[in-house]
Design a protein. Structure first.
Length: 324
């Protein structure tokens, strides 16, 4: 790839995918999807024109979802793209009541996507006239179309991560822009969405992953005197507990994953600071590990391999993927 960015990575088994864009001129860019073939990253089939994916979810090699937007922020320009093993197809999100009718400047800005057994969930924010007044939003794919999901009223905020362990166990995480801001977490039990109370006032969430009914991790950041600090909390089936993290300036966390050997990783960072933490269960603390040499956008676990994607720290706007 030439100049550009890797916005997200995903995995299925030991296979890995990445998505982002490359600049084809000073004013134009082209979306890309890459797949790891065991030796190198290779481009897959071309995406529909103008699609700018921000997130990717893979439930099988023939069931891949990308969510994002085109360069135009109008409602009709926001889209999702699906791979069925043969071709990419675009699917419009449903109108969200918070964004008004389709002819109003507004829409749903998807930031994250999860897929499971033919179903999918896109999370982000719905907005009208101005993105800054957006409210959290989730939509679900029923196999035919996207549907608006009813969430509890929380006021301004956004969702930036979603995890689906089954069609009746879905989590969506982000931040509520209250004063002070608070971590925002919703759970879907197959019947409806409920807001989950979390410890950690002043923090925000950037990632959620459910490994089981009694094993859910959320990660993000919290304000510190010298920049954003790492933040993580765990659900053990009965209560949430904020876990100990190293005090790393600009160490906000973005993703939490588990490799096949059972190791739980949290990665992130801000600017030139990259962070990789590993959970030490006996000591009940996160331990700082060698960080990837990229500005981290996201991470995925493929077998025992930890993949992180973003841009290079050493070359201007150069896509980069690191492997551990």
């Amino acid at each position: 790839m030439a100049k550009g960015d890797i916005n997200a990575v995903a995995a299925f088994g030991t296979d890995a995918w990445a998505t982002g864009y490359e600049l084809t001129s000073l004013r134009t860019l082209e979306s890309v999807v890459l797949r790891w073939d065991g030796k190198a990253w290779q481009r897959t089939s071309a995406l529909p024109a103008q699609a700018l994916p921000k997130a990717i979810a893979v439930s099988s090699p023939s069931d891949i979802w990308l969510v994002g937007r085109t360069e135009d922020l109008k409602a009709e320009a926001l889209e999702t793209v699906h791979w069925n093993g043969t071709a990419w197809t675009s699917h419009s999100l449903a109108v969200n009541p918070a964004s008004g009718p389709p002819d109003v400047m507004g829409g749903v800005m998807p930031e994250a996507v999860a897929a499971h057994s033919g179903r999918a969930w896109a999370a982000g924010r719905a907005w009208r006239n101005t993105i800054s007044t957006g409210v959290p939003a989730v939509q679900s794919w029923d196999g035919t179309k996207w549907n608006h999901e009813v969430l509890p009223e929380v006021g301004p905020g956004e969702l930036v991560s979603v995890s689906a362990r089954s069609a009746t166990d879905v989590w969506a995480a982000g931040v509520a822009y209250s004063n002070p801001q608070t971590p925002l977490l919703f759970h879907f039990d197959g019947t409806g969405w409920s807001r989950v109370s979390l410890p950690g006032q002043g923090a925000w969430l950037s990632g959620v992953t459910s490994f089981g009914a009694n094993d859910v991790w959320v990660v993000g950041g919290k304000s510190g005197e010298r920049g954003d600090l790492p933040h993580a909390a765990h659900w053990n089936g009965s209560k949430w507990t904020v876990s100990r993290t190293p005090r790393i300036a600009d160490g906000r966390l973005k993703s939490v994953v588990r490799t096949a050997d059972g190791r739980v990783w949290a990665v992130g960072g801000k600017g030139d600071v990259s962070v990789a933490l590993q959970w030490n269960a006996p000591l009940r603390t996160w331990v700082r590990m060698q960080a990837p040499d990229v500005v981290v956008r996201g991470a995925a676990a493929a077998g025992n391999t930890l993949w992180t994607g973003g841009i290079s720290k050493h070359r201007d706007l150069t896509p980069a993927i690191a492997r551990r």
